[in-house]
Design a protein around this ligand. Structure first.
Ligand SMILES: [Mn+2]
Length: 309
């Protein structure tokens, strides 16, 4: 596999462990889900630290969390074959523009290679900017994109940067029709982002709709995904502020894990997951709450019918 040289193997990343670190290893060939980390935090504007996301997820999953998914009554490894490629090597360049240019070439290469093998790429960020490169590479498969997030991330530019953590979904509208985008958990946005979303036909379920009408949101998700290819972009800050001691831009009025679980389970079993990302996860002061929450969210999504081989 020619993309292997682009990665630092999991055992040599900061975590020192692969995702979930099970005693029985699944080979790349046997796998249908392939995880990789992109420990990049270059454009975040407020709290820093999401470059430690892959480390937080690998450590929580390898050292703390059982692979048995209680509500599925099954071991995650009996449901899907997960292989951890390690962390994408980042160039030593100091300039953010040069690092982003290198990611713009590496990530689509990784995604194309995995999709050729009929595998599901799962990216562990890193900042939300990174989703742009993976989603752009998957756009020709025409997925319905489900974005869990406190923010739309739909500004044309921010503080002089065209491509940064608040802009990926604006630029993705050049590659993915707004009608195929569903944003869930939104509660912090500006007027222009709202207009961009409305003009492009983006479906929005803000946090208040989830709290007050979750049955209707679940029903919509089920119908919108039946028989479709889907992509899930999960920004950890979709969850409520008290769950998030580390992420850069936590927001109140957010979702709780049971609400997320209900929505994840509402996605039609006839949908096919073609990719996902888990971004903006942080690790500070030895606090692994976000690593645990991200791992358990990944387990819940990856154990559903739509992610199974
Ligand atoms: Mn985001």
């Amino acid at each position: 596999m020619d993309i292997l040289s682009l990665f630092t193997v999991p055992e040599r990343t900061k975590a020192g462990y692969g995702f979930a670190d099970t005693p029985v290893k699944i080979s790349f060939k046997q796998s249908n889900v392939v995880l990789y980390g992109v420990p990049f935090d270059g454009t975040t504007s407020f709290g820093k630290g999401t470059s430690r996301g892959p480390e937080a997820i690998r450590l929580a999953s390898a050292r703390q969390i059982e692979t048995f998914v209680l509500d599925e009554k099954a071991d995650i490894y009996d449901l899907v074959g997960i292989f951890d490629l390690g962390d994408l090597k980042l160039p030593k360049a100091k300039s953010v523009a040069r690092i982003l240019a290198s990611l713009d070439s590496a990530i689509p290469k990784v995604v194309a290679s995995l999709r050729n093998d009929n595998k599901i790429p799962v990216m562990m960020g890193g900042e939300h900017t990174l989703s742009y490169y993976q989603l752009k590479a998957l756009a020709k498969e025409e997925p319905v994109v489900i974005q869990f997030d406190a923010h739309r991330d739909m500004k044309p530019e921010y503080e002089g940067l065209k491509m940064c953590h608040t802009t990926p979904f604006y630029h993705l509208l050049e590659h993915i029709p707004g009608e195929d985008l569903i944003q869930i958990g939104i509660r912090q946005t500006d007027k222009e982002e709202n207009e961009t979303a409305a003009k492009n036909g983006v479906t929005t379920f803000d946090a208040w709709q989830v709290h007050e009408h979750i049955e209707a949101v679940a029903d919509h998700l089920q119908k919108a995904t039946a028989g479709k290819k889907i992509y899930i972009s999960f920004d950890i800050d979709a969850y409520d502020l008290p769950y998030l001691p580390c992420t850069g831009t936590p927001e109140p009025f957010g979702l709780d894990p049971f609400q997320v679980l209900k929505l994840v389970k509402a996605i039609s079993p006839s949908a096919r997951l073609i990719g996902m990302d888990m971004v903006e996860v942080g690790l500070k002061n030895g606090d692994f709450r976000e690593g645990a929450l991200a791992t358990q969210t990944l387990y819940r999504i990856l154990s559903r019918n739509y992610a199974r081989p």
